[in-house]
Design a protein around this ligand. Structure first.
Ligand code: TXA
Ligand code: MG
Length: 333
């Protein structure tokens, strides 16, 4: 499929995007494609995923080779509804049931002790499994059609090469992966992702839940919904956890947070912060929610423009701001 850069302005975000050249395909065909062991790139409300039948070892090994990801890094299994979690997880603590009831479908992944369906090729050999019910309609309809064919879940990492920026539009996913996919694989176009950064990951294997990766379900929301202490994210986890490696989510341009922006830098900051002279404003999000939505597209746009540096004035920790800050810090190579 030819990939064309056709930048156009998205007015409300003040951000350039690339038009998608792909055609919509039928979800039944996409589900059949999964059942046959092929891959489907599909939208979720967080970022685009690269999906495969989570019970098929050869389909899963293709995910690893297409992404260039080490095979001991575990994958998230996307399920249609909470009731399917018992096939994948052996113990679901009371607080995890509460979280699932409150925030699924949604941008939250629960890490649980694994059950029989969760084999080493999904968990990277660990005894835990990561599960998520996504909120995006295309993702849910795909899961529904896949279940009708006997599927239990779709394993899907973000649809980017290992260490690179997650795609928030189909065109970005194609730019990342098209040359590694075949004609038997399918792309589903769901427009731009609503949230723009990956799901919140919560470790639910201990007495107290602990946030492994901040995201759209914020620590404030989690705290409010559970009548117990929670552990905020910290980087000293023993999990093999690519999103937790220091340099991740990296654009080619150098991300700079200190000093002064230089002439020709890309510049990303909230709308109320004026544009310094000589920089190229990448986006002007009005709040932390919009910051999350434009972050990765801004990185990609800076790379498309061939900029050497992206100067960022990060948002505060409030709400999804914690997730945005986490990704910005990790993008500083
Ligand atoms: O929003 C998202 O979570 C997106 C969409 C496509 O759902 N997916 C995503 O997947 O970000 P990925 O593979 O790019 O990042 C998943 C993270 C990784 O850091 C992985 O190590 C962690 O989840 N993970 C998966 N299984 C785990 C497990 N059993 N224990 C601890 N961490 C796990
Ligand atoms: Mg990823």
């Amino acid at each position: 499929m030819p990939l064309k850069f056709r930048p156009k302005m998205v007015r409300q975000l003040g951000l350039m995007e690339y038009e998608s050249g792909s055609k919509q395909v039928d979800l039944s065909r996409a589900a059949q494609c999964l059942a046959a062991g092929n891959l489907v790139v599909f939208p979720t409300e967080t970022v685009y995923g690269l999906g495969a039948d989570a019970t098929n070892p050869s389909a899963i090994s293709r995910i690893y080779s297409v992404k260039g990801r080490p095979s001991n890094h575990p994958l998230i299994v996307h399920i249609l509804k909470f009731e399917l979690a018992k096939f994948w997880a052996s113990e679901i603590p009371e607080y995890a049931v509460k979280l699932a009831k409150n925030f699924w479908p949604g941008p939250m992944t629960l890490v649980l002790k694994r059950n029989n369906l969760a084999k080493d090729f999904i968990t990277g050999g660990q005894n835990k499994i990561a599960l998520r019910v996504p909120k995006n309609n295309i993702a849910l309809n795909l899961l529904q059609k896949f279940e009708e064919l006997g599927g239990f879940g779709i394993a899907a990492p973000s649809a980017n090469r290992f260490g690179a920026v997650s795609p928030t539009s189909l065109n970005d996913a194609q730019l990342e992966l098209a040359k590694y996919l075949t004609n038997n694989d399918i792309y589903l176009d769901g427009g731009e992702c609503e949230i723009g950064i990956e799901s919140t990951i919560i470790d639910c294997t201990k007495k107290i839940p602990s946030i492994l990766r901040p995201g759209g379900i914020t620590s404030e929301l989690i705290q409010d919904s559970l009548d117990m202490e929670i552990k905020e994210s910290n980087s000293k986890t023993s999990f093999r956890f690519p999103g937790n490696l220091k340099s991740h989510y990296c654009p080619r341009a150098k991300v700079v947070l200190d000093g002064e922006p230089k002439n020709g830098d890309g510049f990303l900051a909230l709308k109320n912060i004026p544009t310094p002279n000589g920089v190229f404003r990448l986006a002007e999000p009005k709040d932390n929610i919009e910051f999350a939505k434009v972050l990765y597209a801004s990185f990609r746009f800076a790379d498309h423009k061939g900029l050497d540096r992206i100067f960022i004035i990060p948002p505060n920790h409030e709400g999804i701001g914690a997730g945005v800050l986490d990704r910005i810090v990790k993008s500083v190579g």
